[in-house]
Design a protein around this ligand. Structure first.
Ligand code: ZN
Length: 150
């Protein structure tokens, strides 16, 4: 598990220091707020969809290192994917952080997402890691404009 721990530190540090797709998007098709009251993580997610494909995605806001890095990795992972593919990845990520999936068994799919498997040992941190994904899920499937982990 040393490799995973190294990946965790590398990914969290890197994506927290220079988050990908961290900007507001004025012409987004969906704009939705995600809030994790337990930790105080609060992000706004912007999504642009064309013919069922997530052509652009960005976020801004503030939160702990895990929530911010997770939003960054998530945005990079789903950009260019179809809504269906993104939803599938959301389910996989969810099982990963709940300790129900082995990242090493499906490393091709998980890539950098595997770094978050360690949070499964810390239930409070699971909400930090999944906040961006829950927010994306709402952006893709409902007309709600605010999502909370509580
Ligand atoms: Zn947090």
């Amino acid at each position: 598990m040393t490799a995973l721990r190294e990946l965790y530190q590398e990914v969290i540090l890197d994506h927290n220091k220079s988050p990908r797709n961290y900007r507001r998007m004025e012409d987004a098709d969906r704009k939705i707020d995600g809030y994790n009251p337990l930790c105080g993580d609060h992000f706004t997610l912007f999504v642009k969809i064309d013919k069922g494909i997530i052509v652009d995605i960005s976020f801004d806001g503030a939160g702990c290192a895990i929530s911010k890095a997770s939003a960054s990795v998530m945005s990079a992972a789903v950009k260019g994917k179809t809504i269906e593919e993104a939803e599938k990845l959301f389910k996989k990520f969810h099982s990963l952080v709940k300790g129900e999936a082995d990242p090493l068994e499906d490393f091709e799919t998980f890539g950098k997402l595997a770094a978050f498997s360690g949070v499964s040992e810390y239930p409070a941190r699971v909400k930090c890691a999944t906040l961006a994904w829950h927010t994306l899920h709402s952006a893709l499937t409902s007309k709600e404009f605010r999502v909370s982990t509580e």
